[in-house]
Ligand binder design. Structure first.
Ligand SMILES: [Ca+2]
Ligand SMILES: [Ca+2]
Length: 401
């Protein structure tokens, strides 16, 4: 993976080259990036709290947001001063904050997102819900959060649920029945931004709407086939191709920032647990064995070996959701995460970001178990590693944004 610094230099060189084509004399001077940053405001215009490139308003500029915004600038749609600031913020850290007190206005500076007295008003949060990190450590409110729907080609909807910021204990304690050593050590992860996660696994209809064809073996009746069945035989690389195609579609149809991606492993487990620290999001389920037995609760929440007849994946959303309103996080098909595989959480990031090696590792992470697995492999903490090229009838994915 190209490092942030190399890309930032490339972005800056690109800005410099493109700027030299402007007719205004000021653009002919050799750019001093830091000097130009001091004047990133536009005279006479009120500054928005969030940088305009920060489409999901999470106080971070992801690479995709930055690149999208810079592309817009090169096409004349976005102000150059803002574009430079976007590149600078992205290069200089994962968070920025708004500082209205500077003169000349240095409105977006690298650093923690919300400082005392600088917090944006509640109405500036997406959809006006105003849920922020202040509820950290608390159980989420029961029931479904706000959703957003992306219209895929052919107006096929893809629904995402907003996951509120918060903290949780990632992994499983050594005392958890059936746990695996790769699920430790348990560590605190604080996700200080809201994000969206697919309400369901990406379906076969959704895959075909975006990609038109199957990357390898098409779904069959042997493993479940139909519009609302999950897409499978999907490698991690295939999922990335889908994401790139969908982001292009999002851009060309004006459906907000092109920030669809795979969830990080931490985001996935946080969303799966939905405020629980039990073995499953529906409880510990300890009254029966961890193979295919059913205590009457498991089968209401997940497709696993206890209810997989007839064999194969099942239509998404038929089982009860967790407290965030997400279906099939446990069971049905395994779900790819962005992260490289690490056999232990020692050294894992604690801010919800994906754990990536440079260069990228040989294996990625899959989560949640699948329709023929024993119950123990559908636990919230269970992790699985797989080559990013591997296509199999048990591997699908779910989108984050
Ligand atoms: Ca962002
Ligand atoms: Ca699943």
């Amino acid at each position: 993976m190209v490092s942030r610094m190399i890309l930032a230099v490339a972005v800056f060189v690109n800005i410099t080259l493109a700027a030299s084509s402007f007719s205004h004399p000021a653009f002919f001077m050799k750019f001093d990036l830091l000097d130009s940053l001091a004047k990133n405001g536009i005279e006479g215009e009120a500054m928005p709290s969030y940088h305009p490139a920060d489409g999901n308003e999470d106080w971070q500029l992801e690479m995709s947001e930055t690149i999208t915004y810079l592309s817009g600038w090169q096409q004349g749609a976005n102000p150059m001063t803002y574009a430079i600031r976007a590149a600078y913020l992205w290069q200089n850290g994962e968070q920025y904050h708004y500082d209205a007190g500077e003169d000349p206005p240095l409105c977006w500076a690298p650093g923690p997102a919300v400082e005392e007295g600088e917090a944006p008003s509640e109405g500036e949060f997406p959809e006006g819900e105003g849920e922020s990190a202040e509820g950290e450590g608390e159980l989420p409110v029961e029931g479904e959060g706000p959703t957003e729907t992306i219209l895929l080609p052919g107006d096929v909807p893809l629904e995402l649920v907003r996951i509120p910021a918060g903290s949780f204990q990632m992994g499983s304690p050594e005392t958890e029945r059936s746990r695996d050593s790769a699920e430790g050590p348990v560590h605190t992860v604080t996700i200080n931004y809201d994000f969206y996660l697919g309400k369901y696994e990406v379906t076969q209809e959704q895959w075909l709407a975006v990609m038109g064809v199957w990357p390898g073996t098409a779904p069959s009746s042997a493993d479940g086939i139909g519009d609302i069945y999950p897409a499978y035989n999907i490698s991690w690389n295939d999922a990335q191709a889908f994401i790139a195609a969908l982001n292009t579609h999002i851009m060309t149809t004006g459906q907000g920032p092109a920030t669809v991606r795979l969830p990080s492993e931490a985001e996935w487990e946080y969303a799966c647990r939905a405020g629980t620290q039990t073995r499953f999001y529906f409880g510990d389920s300890l009254s029966v064995d961890d193979a295919c037995s059913d205590d009457g609760v498991r089968s209401q929440y997940m497709w696993y070996c206890g209810n997989n007849s007839p064999k194969g994946s099942k239509p998404v959303g038929e089982k009860l959701p967790n407290a965030f309103g997400l279906h099939d996080m446990s069971g049905n098909v395994y779900e790819w995460c962005e992260d490289d595989w690490h056999g232990s959480y020692s050294g894992a990031p604690s801010n919800g970001s994906a754990w990536l090696d440079t260069p990228r590792g040989a294996y990625r992470v899959e989560r949640g178990g699948f329709w023929q697995h024993n119950a123990q492999y559908c636990r919230s903490a269970l992790r699985f590693s797989l080559s990013p090229n591997n296509r199999s009838g048990i591997f699908g994915f779910r989108l984050a944004r």
